[in-house]
Write a new protein. Structure first.
Length: 278
């Protein structure tokens, strides 16, 4: 039964209406997305939606919620709709110029933090394909005395990264560089990389949400060319590390922690490359 007309504009009714629309549109977690979108429109928390279910929405707020709901049904990722995403406990600005930070990429941050703590004299880090800067910023906040060079080939992505770096007050510790991979980079103690990871063969079956994300950040090329960073002596990457290097790769859902532990005990510095098809 539809709610009475007098209640139609209240939080409880709008939340139910939005949830139902998203569910009908095939959105996997309609209740969660409905709460996030409504909280964004009201500039409040999800918790407050439930503690103040009788709050009225203005006509403009209801119209905006309808627009956002329609775009979500069209599979626009929620972080693009609200302009931010939580990653590793921190909030980051995101736009269609950058890949939405994935929870799976937090593994890269965890491994980097663990390795840097075991090597207190390794203080210069390069973050390849930094995008929004989420990985670089999360590592920098956890290890206060390191310096990070965040590199990306996209000028638009670097503008978003610069905004996030300023937001987290790390302008003195993280610098951004527009460049292709390690071209022109000075030697570093560790290199982090979360590079394009969807091979050409899987493009047709990937989730529709990925159509809205930058192709440059997703296109992993042909399967035999996906792993583009090597650690052979004298290779382009190894020459940018101050000592020997090892590569740690994560393919699909296979764990990389064991390989990372092996690399961290055998080499002075290492590269983390995550390639996740999600």
């Amino acid at each position: 039964m539809a709610p009475p007309a007098t209640n139609a504009g209240r939080v409880k009714a709008q939340l139910a209406k939005t949830r139902a629309a998203l569910a009908s549109g095939g959105i996997p977690l309609p209740w969660l997305d409905a709460e996030i979108l409504l909280a964004h429109v009201l500039r409040t928390s999800r918790e407050r939606l439930h503690s103040h279910p009788d709050q009225k929405l203005t006509v403009a707020q209801r119209a905006r919620l309808r627009r956002l709901t329609g775009r979500r049904i069209a599979r626009v990722p929620v972080p693009y709709l609200i302009g931010e995403r939580e990653f590793f406990g921190h909030m980051f600005r995101v736009t269609p110029a950058v890949l939405v930070p994935r929870p799976s990429s937090e593994l890269l941050v965890e491994l980097a933090i663990a390795w840097l703590k075991m090597h207190p004299d390794a203080r210069r880090v390069i973050d390849l394909g930094t995008g929004s800067g989420a990985v670089a910023i999360s590592v920098a906040k956890a290890i206060p005395d390191i310096r990070i060079e965040a590199r990306d080939v996209s000028a638009r992505a670097l503008r978003v990264a610069d905004q996030n770096i300023a937001r987290h007050r790390l302008l003195r510790r993280i610098t951004t560089v527009r460049a292709d991979l390690l071209r022109g980079a000075a030697p570093a103690d560790a290199i982090l990389a979360n590079l394009p990871y969807i091979p050409e063969a899987l493009r047709r079956i990937r989730p529709k949400e990925l159509d809205y994300e930058p192709a440059l950040a997703l296109d992993g090329g042909a399967a035999d060319r996906t792993f583009i960073i090597g650690s052979r002596p004298g290779s382009h990457t190894t020459s940018r590390l101050r000592c020997s290097a090892a590569s740690v790769a994560r393919y699909g859902s296979q764990p990389a922690s064991r390989a990372a532990r092996m690399a961290s005990t055998r080499f002075r510095a290492f590269i983390l490359v995550t390639m996740l098809v999600r």
